[in-house]
Design a protein around this ligand. Structure first.
Ligand SMILES: Cc1ncc(C[n+]2csc(CCOP(=O)(O)OP(=O)(O)O)c2C)c(N)n1
Ligand code: SF4
Ligand SMILES: [Mg+2]
Length: 283
């Protein structure tokens, strides 16, 4: 059946058949369509990895940068052009490992953007080494005796830093992921959506079945505005993995509070005389 949404890219996608990344891409398209966005109003930014290929497969403005460095250019773009809806798509290795410092400080700055992490618990692109979210004991070609480190808990870190919107989904739950992306884009500040994403080629432990056996949807009894309860939820893993909005404390972000109504940089006139003078003094 032909896909009629304005964000859909028909070309080939270099992901393995069955990879959870396809469903995340589908959810992003759905969320943008339902939110009534136009392709030119959206910027999708990524670093390096399988997840980071997503901007290539979506008809929006796009920027594909360096491994671990998706958040800084996204921040730059948002501050220079406030009207853009900025979405960052990253892998667990990209944003929780190599770019972990940017993850922490983007949340502290509360920059208005939605970070979608394709959390497959491995380095997919480089063929299955352990990532910061790999379960303890998981054996890989590089960790033949099993991972010895305690996994990084992105949700707990984001809640500790008081991120306005912290959620988790499972790639198979396309409607839930799309719904969470829509809420994230409307939250007014930094939003994290960690999406459990099976890597069918290199993660033979955390499979579709493994996630399906544990993942459950949070019900109305969970109050996402209660930070301590949200923190407790963020530690649930082995017996049950909660999906949905874990923590919600909406408030204005960096651009609204620091830059306010000032004219976006992108709209300001360029004074070539001043630039040429500056260049002449630099060289
Ligand atoms: C600075 C730097 N370090 C390491 C690499 C090699 N590298 C490329 S992708 C990647 C890991 C990707 O894992 P993840 O971010 O989880 O994405 P996935 O492929 O699993 O979606 C690594 C280590 C690189 N390209 N640049
Ligand atoms: S290696 Fe894993 S993450 Fe990468 S495309 Fe294949 S299934 Fe997806
Ligand atoms: Mg990964």
């Amino acid at each position: 059946m032909e896909n009629s949404n304005a964000f859909h890219y028909e070309g080939e996608k270099a992901w393995c058949p069955g990879c959870g990344d396809f469903a995340i891409l589908n959810a992003v398209e759905k969320a943008l369509t339902r939110a009534g966005k136009k392709p030119e109003e959206v910027l999708t930014v990524s670093g390096i990895g399988q997840a980071a290929k997503l901007p290539h497969y979506l008809k929006t403005n796009g920027f594909n940068g360096l491994h671990g460095r998706a958040l800084p250019p996204a921040f730059g773009a948002k501050t220079a052009n406030h009207h853009l809806t900025v979405i960052v798509t990253s892998g667990d290795g990209d944003v929780y490992g190599e770019g972990g410092n940017h993850f922490v400080h983007a949340i502290r700055r509360n920059i208005e953007m939605t970070l979608i992490v394709h959390n497959n618990q491995v380095y997919g692109l480089t063929k299955g080494q352990a990532s910061p979210t790999s379960d303890k004991g998981m054996k890989t070609k590089l960790q033949p005796d099993g991972v010895i480190l305690t996994p990084f808990n992105p949700l707990a870190v984001a809640i500790a830093l008081d991120a306005p919107f912290v959620a988790r989904s499972f790639s198979k739950e396309i409607d839930l992921t799309a719904e969470l992306i829509e809420q994230a884009m409307a939250c007014g500040g930094f939003a994290l959506i960690d999406v459990l994403q099976p890597c069918v080629s290199f993660n033979k432990v955390n499979t579709y079945q493994w996630y399906q056996q544990r993942a459950y949807r949070l019900g109305p009894e969970h109050d996402p505005t209660d930070r301590m309860k949200a923190l407790a939820k963020s530690f649930e893993w082995d017996k049950g993995i909660p999906l949905g909005v874990i923590y919600n404390n909406p408030r204005p972000g960096y651009v609204a509070t620091v830059i306010g109504n000032a004219e976006p940089l992108v709209k300001r006139k360029i004074n070539m005389e001043k630039i040429n003078d500056l260049m002449a003094r630099l060289y």
